[in-house]
Design a protein around this ligand. Structure first.
Ligand code: NBX
Length: 829
């Protein structure tokens, strides 16, 4: 029978005519095939978008081949697998990244040009997959790229939101949010798996029943929803390995049909089915106001339940005993959002697989690792007990039992220190009882990770101090990283070519440490010339974008000074705007002669404010009000321009970052867990102006403090400065700028009042006033360096040369070796 099966498989493979071919002629045939049969357009008339669709389907076919092979190979080797659980992935576009990682970029470019199309033009047709908010979500995406490239047997799990992060539209300088219905034009990068479905239960009651003489808890759900898998192949670079990102969508389950049958209320039951689909409908923007929302909790559990059913099913296919689970499965919690997994796996092992509690707990404690992306305790996630108890009654019982056991153990370890016991409890007592998701994740994970060295210090000494003292060995850090494939190779082709030319190899694309070799050429004037040209090309690209978007013409001789990230008070975009107002004020008061020595600047700010975050929205409006004034002042001309780039997202970042001369990272020390934007700028030869916060501490170690512009209070000074309150000395210049805004120099004085209040003496939590003096000095140092091009270029080269360790390949390798204990599993060619 086996022989028969094999013969059949061989015949099928020969019918397939082997794997797809990648020469330009075959690619053209494939593209035309998809024009005709997938997009269903005539081969004589199809537009750029249709060409993009056909092109991406031909790329998808190639991804699928490798993805199948990887899957089969990993299954055969029974390797330990990593399951990366995250509610957010900011993937951006897939086309360019895919053809580059598949290594068939040139062939596609040639094929298309012979068909009369340009690859870059078609690539612009693709919309972003924006299933996440900011740093945390883009980090997941970079890490998936590294997991695939380094051949790790890993799966990503997430939610397939129908609406991604809102689109930001600016009307009269105010942010408006528009829904991002990204699936409107189809998504060639996903594969719908109509047969990979699981039932996810909600509500209902828990009963105890007798089974073979044992008492078991049984959960009788009140509602059932179906989860359907959508698979997204993630290709590695320089390897055949292509891993899977499985995203779940909610579909009504057949359970509902029964109800209709019973009640005869056919129409209403069909209408009710819609309700199920709302679970995976929309991504919550990160504004904390969603805490305590039932839909958010439903999303989390829906995601966790479907993923764990899938993971357990796969494990049982390959293994006989759950004792093997810790050797075969690593589950990673990307922040606390998926930490209901802990209660869910306990429920599966105890209620469904009938393992004893203690045995199940032993196993569970060996499989989870956890990374937190938060700094302040106030930012940690909590779920009201009432909400949890009604939606997931059995899980609440399990959480109480976990907590009871933990509290008992803790009492043995620390005695009856009730304050500490109550701080460490998973259940927060009070008017509203809450489950503290971080405490749960820490108790059950074998490793708790910070995302930078400084972040770990804060976790140990403040955020999770009690836990650190109990389990010091659990606490580690893995400094974040970003993938050089997307952030240099895809987004900055000219720099990519230049680096490869001077290093004499493309090996740095898989091994970013090799970038250090650029130091050998740091004094070479030919190299400098070419380096300068690359930046110019990228600045031209950015200037064109600015002009089409806003009509503003900017000078390429100006320093392009960029701050792009989510708008947050702690990130201090307001400090940047105040600095710009100060610069403008100085220019206005300068005589013509002095103005000639001024370095012209194009200040670029971009980022989204959470819809409910009023102060952040006012910062955006202030930016526009200031821009309006400055940009229309003909007396100032090209000396100063301010541009707000709307709807900042991954593909806008790919355009903006390579074109920046200077980038700003201004968080008050101790508030940015890591920051990853800075690493992308560093890789693109952009100099940083930054506080010593998050991973900037490590960037300084790598490139030397002489190669960036530092300012501001240090992390150990912040608490004391805050204590000083209204006695803190504030520079006169700061008071003057604040007065200008208050007095309506830029209009809207009533609207800006509450914004000004947040930085008024005595109320200035993020210390803008205190840091303003050194900020202005750092800006002056940047100006001074910019007029010495040789010096600037050297600093820029040394930035790229020192960026190697900020590759997510390094981060992922550390996680694999130290935390997940997984080995590469390279699919043969
Ligand atoms: O995670 C960010 C940190 O603020 C950065 O410092 C860090 O570099 C990055 C990656 O480690 N955190 C972040 O992006 N958080 C969120 O986006 C978020 C989303 C949903 C939510 C809470 C936070 N409920």
């Amino acid at each position: 029978e086996l022989g028969e099966r094999r013969a059949k498989a061989e015949r099928m493979f020969s019918l397939m005519d082997g794997f797809l071919k990648n020469d330009p002629l075959s690619l053209q045939k494939d593209i035309l095939h998809h024009v005709e049969y997938t997009v269903a357009r005539s081969r004589f008339s199809f537009d750029d978008f249709e060409a993009y669709q056909a092109l991406s389907h031909s790329v998808r076919d190639r991804l699928i081949e490798r993805w199948h092979d990887t899957h089969i190979y990993v299954k055969r080797t029974k390797s330990k697998r990593l399951y990366f659980l995250s509610l957010e992935f900011l993937m951006g576009r897939s086309l360019s990244n895919s053809v580059i990682n598949l290594g068939i970029q040139d062939q596609y470019a040639e094929a298309l040009s012979q068909l009369g199309f340009e690859f870059e033009v078609l690539a612009e047709q693709e919309g972003d997959a924006a299933l996440g908010n900011g740093g945390l979500a883009r980090l997941s995406a970079c890490q998936m790229d590294s997991l695939a490239t380094l051949d790790y047997p890993a799966w990503g799990y997430g939610l397939r939101y129908e609406y991604g992060l809102f689109r930001q539209v600016i009307v009269d300088g105010f942010q408006h949010e528009q829904p991002d219905y990204w699936l409107n034009f189809g998504n060639p990068w996903e594969i719908e798996r109509i047969h990979v479905t699981y039932e996810v239960k909600f509500y209902g009651t828990v009963e105890e029943v007798d089974m073979n003489g044992e008492r078991h808890k049984v959960w009788i759900p009140g509602e059932t929803v179906e989860a359907v898998a959508y698979d997204n192949p993630i290709p590695g670079y320089g390897t055949r390995n292509t891993i899977n990102l499985r995203l779940w969508a909610a579909k009504p389950s057949n359970q509902f049909d029964l109800e209709a049958y019973n009640t005869g209320d056919y129409i209403n039951s069909v209408v009710n089915r819609q309700r199920a689909e709302t679970i995976s409908n929309v991504l919550y923007p990160d504004d904390r106001s969603h805490q305590g929302k039932e839909l958010r909790l439903k999303q989390q559990y829906f995601f966790v339940s479907a993923s764990l059913q899938d993971i357990v099913r796969r494990f049982k296919e390959e293994h006989n005993s759950f004792d093997e689970l810790p050797d075969k499965v690593a589950l990673h919690l990307n922040d606390t959002h998926p930490s209901l997994s802990i209660a869910e796996i306990m429920r599966i092992l105890v209620d469904e697989e009938h393992l004893g509690w203690n045995k199940a707990w032993d196993i569970v404690c060996k499989i989870f690792s956890f990374t937190t992306h938060t700094v302040v305790a106030g930012g940690l996630e909590k779920i009201p007990v009432d909400l949890l108890g009604s939606l997931l009654p059995r899980h609440l019982q399990i959480l109480y039992e976990i907590n009871f056991n933990f509290m008992e153990e803790l009492k043995k370890r620390i005695g009856l220190d009730y304050n500490r016991l109550s701080r460490m409890s998973i259940v927060e007592e009070g008017a509203v009882k809450n489950i503290r998701m971080a405490n749960l994740a820490i108790v059950c994970s074998h490793t708790v990770n910070g995302v930078s060295k400084l972040h770990l210090d804060t976790l140990k000494t403040r955020t999770f101090k009690d836990f650190y003292e109990l389990w010091p060995e659990k606490f580690q850090y893995k400094t974040n990283g970003v993938t050089q494939r997307r952030w240099i190779v895809v987004s900055n082709p000219s720099l990519c070519a230049l680096i490869s030319k001077w290093l004499g190899t493309e090996a740095w694309i898989r091994n970013a440490d090799l970038l250090a070799g650029l130091r050998d050429h740091v004094d070479n004037t030919d190299f400098h010339q070419e380096w300068k040209m690359v930046k110019k090309v990228n600045k031209m690209r950015l200037a064109e974008y600015i002009e089409t978007m806003s009509g503003l013409k900017v000078s390429l001789d100006a320093m392009f000074d960029v701050q792009v990230k989510r708008i947050h008070e702690y990130k201090r975009q307001l400090l940047n705007i105040f600095g710009i107002i100060h610069r403008y004020d100085c220019l206005k008061n300068m005589d013509k002669n002095d103005r000639r020595k001024v370095v012209p600047r194009v200040c670029i700010i971009g980022g989204k404010a959470a819809p409910g975050y009023e102060i952040a929205k006012k910062i955006i409006k202030l930016c526009h009000a200031v821009a309006e004034k400055i940009n229309n002042d003909t007396d100032i001309g090209d000396l100063l321009k301010l541009v707000f780039i709307p709807d900042y997202n991954v593909s806008v970042a790919e355009l903006v970052i390579p074109g920046a001369d200077l980038s700003q990272h201004l968080s008050t020390a101790g508030h940015e867990a890591s920051g990853t934007g800075s690493m992308k700028f560093l890789m693109n030869g952009c100099l940083l102006l930054a506080t010593t916060d998050g991973s900037t501490v490590e960037i300084i170690e790598e490139i030397g403090s002489e190669n960036l512009f530092l300012f501001g209070a240090k992390v150990h000074e912040v608490a004391e400065l805050r204590e000083k309150g209204s006695t803190l000395k504030i520079p006169l210049q700061f008071a003057r700028v604040l007065r200008m805004v208050r007095d309506g120099y830029f209009g809207y004085e009533d609207y800006f009042k509450s914004l000004c209040d947040t930085v008024e003496v005595g109320n200035d939590f993020y210390l803008l006033g205190h840091d303003f003096g050194s900020y202005v000095e750092a800006q002056a140092a940047a100006d001074k360096a910019f007029v010495e091009p040789e010096k600037w270029i050297k600093m820029s080269i040394l930035s790229v040369a020192g960026s190697g360790i900020f590759s997510s390949d390094r981060t992922i390798q550390e996680y694999a070796e130290r935390t997940w204990k997984i080995d590469p599993c390279r699919c043969p060619l």
